[in-house]
Design a binder for this molecule. Structure first.
Ligand code: PBG
Ligand code: ZN
Length: 327
């Protein structure tokens, strides 16, 4: 039998040819590195369920930002653990709050970094929800949207280059856009966590910032994992409200969603490889059951191939520092 005329393996044998016909590449330009700021000084505490990731006080945060920029990291996203939590989430919009200070510290240590700020209330509320509740302990939409807008404005005032509302609160993008514009920050883009599923993969993150809900869960406002068409409606609403970048979260379990958004939207798309995805890879690699570098690159490539322009990943610094990807 002769070989078939079309024989795709011809372009796979030589490493140069393989590289030349490669359709997807992950580089430092694609990645956003998450950082966790905590109060105090001298704190560099490893997060138990996220080996290699740390809660950092501002002094260590400055060092980490410098180190990241030197390694070729282009962008970071900042989360904060406040000194005190309360019902009004007042730590979220405090001009001297942990994230506002962290933004300033990062900007001074590494001015070339693009600084994203996660805009949500769950790290700042005593009940751990992304919402503000009224006197009768019922969700107060107006107070929630007003608090989110104030939070975004305080982050922009502190120097954030992008604000990233992550609470899946209806109307959050419009409220934040209006708040930013009214405060003179019409140039600050919004990256919306537009399609965020109620996922078990956020467990380690809630450890890191102590934001597990004290009662109930987030299934009332985050998306139901079985739903895909609804994701397109969520993305459509946030796009109409003025989101500049649309995010899908988590990453790997939702590649189909990412691919469907890619077909429908010309916006830049982001994918969040979340804490649980990170923890799974780390745990299996520690046992010697998978090759960490290989699997990390394969997952990030999959996210790009499915349609992501930007990827939020805890692996960003390590990959760049060890030159596993091009800066
Ligand atoms: C806050 C927020 C969460 C994450 C990012 N922003 C947690 C949540 O919704 O419970 C998760 C990130 C991760 O797991 O890495 N709304
Ligand atoms: Zn939240």
């Amino acid at each position: 039998m002769p070989f078939p005329v079309e024989r795709l393996s011809r372009l796979r044998a030589h490493p140069v040819l393989r590289a030349m016909v490669r359709e997807t590449r992950v580089t430092g330009d694609d990645l956003i590195y998450p950082l966790f700021a905590v109060p105090g000084s001298g704190v560099r505490r490893e997060i138990g369920s996220m080996p290699g990731q740390y809660n950092l006080s501002l002094d260590h945060l400055a060092q980490e930002a410098r180190r990241a920029a030197d390694a070729g990291v282009r962008a970071v996203i900042v989360f904060g653990v406040p000194e005190r939590k309360d019902g009004a989430a007042s730590g979220a919009f405090d001009a001297r709050g942990i994230v506002q200070q962290a933004i300033g510290v990062i900007k001074r240590a590494a001015p070339e970094l693009a600084v994203f700020a996660d805009t949500c209330l769950c790290e700042y509320t005593d009940h751990g929800h992304c919402l503000v509740f009224g006197k009768d302990n019922r969700y107060d939409p107006a107070a929630t949207l007003e608090t989110l807008a104030r939070t975004a404005v305080s982050q922009a005032a502190a120097g954030a280059d992008v604000v990233a509302p992550s609470g899946m609160v209806d109307g959050m993008v419009a409220a934040i856009r209006a708040g930013l514009d009214a405060a003179g920050f019409s140039h600050v883009p919004i990256m919306s966590y537009a399609v965020k599923y109620a996922s078990g993969f956020y467990g380690p993150f809630r450890d890191a910032v102590g934001s597990a809900p004290a009662f109930g869960d987030r299934a009332g406002h985050q998306m139901d994992p079985p739903n895909a068409r609804e994701a397109l409606r969520e993305a459509q609403l946030d796009a109409a409200e003025g989101a500049d970048i649309l995010m899908v979260k988590p990453g790997l379990p939702y590649l189909d969603i990412l691919a469907r958004l890619r077909e429908r939207f010309s916006h830049p798309l982001a994918a969040y490889q979340v804490s649980g995805e990170y923890a799974m890879i780390k745990a299996a690699a520690r046992h010697g059951w998978i090759d960490e570098d290989r699997v990390v690159l394969e997952t990030l490539t999959a996210l790009k191939r499915a349609g992501a322009d930007l990827i939020l990943t805890y692996f960003a610094l390590d990959l760049l520092e060890r030159k596993r990807i091009a800066a």
